[in-house]
Design a protein around this ligand. Structure first.
Ligand code: IFM
Length: 478
């Protein structure tokens, strides 16, 4: 591991200062970094199975070893300290805690998180665990997966076990991460595990992810009323390609399925009426039982916003398509709106092909503030993936990533100045890691990882971000 060197002199006051107490963080997820897939009693997850299915993950890559965070976590916490992070967002692996998805906890699995949390606390870094970041125990998928209502109850049971074990030292919790991806990439387009292509099942999965969130929050609230609880959703800014009625309708549909289908039940206790109309033929209503929406609509202390890009969409005939979420995209994840098309918005893109538009982040944050009941907001993911190489040097000159994060922090600062209660920013990601169906081909880290040796090398962006944190804000220019 090489270190994040920076000067120890007092930093100049930033031109754009963030409020005192603003959380400066980085995020990761269990399957993407931990490795140790068969250690200490961990059971198989749907991602272990998916990675072993030919043609599902680029290069046949798996998370078996990933970046070996399970063994190297102390080094990684040391890196976080050098960066000056005040908070670290990670996820808990459900199959480490409940190898088959139900029943008593595997203490050896919980012990790993006890060790990690203790190391973070010792370093003065606030732990921000997420309970579900897509690694459903395979045993639960064998019983039907998220389209089965029982999975929501199993999730609440698992959440209770983790909360019981760590609740004495962790006070910030996120339940589910990006339920849109888990439901619609997992069960509609099949680009993600478990790789099913069943639209109506994907809708039920989405509802049960939300129901699981609500049930988990109820139990956690009862156990520790003082804890701060929330969920992290992936939101997009959406633009119609033109003012035509077809394009405006496409924008309404994509906004409905991507944003409002999750925000409305979480924050208002209802599904958007127009989306329910779009889904009328698909039997979604039958999945929503009396009382479910009240369970989902638990009072939240915080909402996590994962923001990466803007979609420009069209409803003109013959344009059906989708944004590039995977190298294997072939089926639409837009259940009930499969005919919408995605067009080039004319902006520069990251190495993922995702258009860079920080104004979309400002738009999303402002909309949350004006259209929904008040809740503290955190950017729980934001960052840029590229195909980077070390080139024999001892760093990566990732000026593109610096520019991306800088621009999004400026947009965040503007939102705060406009009254948005944004309380923190977690960049995705701390380390290069397993990027789902892209395998290890895309790198999002502030820290480069040599996957053959597990050597960590901070990129230019790591030093830059450390400076931002030390100053508590941004200089006039990048
Ligand atoms: O790597 C993912 C993460 O797991 C969820 N949000 C988006 C990131 C980049 O694709």
């Amino acid at each position: 591991m090489t270190s994040v060197q920076h000067s120890s002199s007092t930093p100049p006051a930033p031109a754009l200062a963030f409020p005192a107490g603003f959380r400066w963080g980085a995020a990761t997820a269990a399957y993407q970094i931990e490795g140790a897939a068969a250690e200490d009693g961990r059971g198989p997850s749907i991602w272990d199975t998916f990675c072993r299915t030919p043609g599902k993950v680029l290069g046949g890559d798996t998370g078996d070893v990933a970046v070996d965070h399970y063994h190297l976590f102390r080094d990684d916490v040391a890196l976080m300290s050098e960066l000056g992070l005040t908070a670290y967002r990670f996820s808990i692996s459900w199959p480490r805690v409940q190898p088959s998805g139900s029943g008593k906890a595997n203490e050896a699995g919980l012990d790993f998180y006890r060790r990690l949390v203790d190391a973070l606390l010792e370093a003065g870094i606030e732990p921000w665990p997420t309970l579900y970041h897509w690694d459903l125990p395979q045993g639960l998928e064998d019983a039907g997966g998220w389209p089965e209502r029982d999975t929501a109850y199993r999730f609440a049971e698992y959440a209770g076990l983790v909360h019981e074990a760590l609740g004495d030292r962790v006070g910030q919790w996120m339940t589910v991460n990006e339920p849109w991806c888990a439901a619609f990439l997992g069960y509609a387009s099949g680009e993600h595990a478990p790789g099913r292509r069943e639209g109506p099942a994907a809708l039920r999965a989405a509802h049960h992810l939300m129901l699981g969130h609500g049930l988990a929050v109820q139990g956690m609230r009862e156990r520790h009323p003082d804890h701060r609880l929330g969920a992290a959703v992936n939101l997009y800014a959406i633009s119609p390609a033109s003012d035509s009625a077809a394009d405006l309708d496409a924008a309404r549909r994509v906004d409905g399925m991507q944003n409002r289908f999750f925000l409305d039940p979480l924050l208002r206790g209802s599904y958007p009426a127009d989306v329910l109309t779009d889904l009328e033929e698909l039997g979604f209503d039958a999945a929503v039982r009396p009382g479910d929406l009240a369970v989902i609509n638990q009072p939240l202390d915080q909402l996590g916003v994962n923001y990466y890009s803007r979609f420009t969409v069209t409803g003109e005939a013959g344009t059906a398509g989708q944004a590039a979420t995977s190298p294997f995209a072939s089926h639409s994840p837009w259940v009930g709106s499969e005919s919408v098309g995605f067009v080039d918005g004319g902006r520069p893109v990251t190495g993922m092909g995702w258009e860079i538009d920080e104004s979309g982040l400002h738009e999303v944050l402002t909309r949350l503030h004006t259209d929904y009941p008040p809740v503290d907001l955190y950017i729980t993911e934001n960052g840029a993936g590229y195909d980077e190489v070390l080139n024999g040097e001892d760093t990566v000159h990732d000026a593109d990533r610096i520019a991306y994060i800088d621009a999004h922090l400026r947009a965040s600062h503007e939102a705060i100045a406009g009254g948005v209660p944004l309380r923190g920013y977690f960049t995705w990601s701390l380390l290069d890691n397993f990027e789902w169906s892209w395998g290890y081909s895309k790198r999002f880290g502030l820290v480069h990882v040599d996957y053959a040796t597990q050597r960590r090398v901070p990129k230019d962006s790591a030093r830059w971000y450390a400076g931002v944190i030390r100053r508590g804000g941004l200089p006039d220019h990048v």
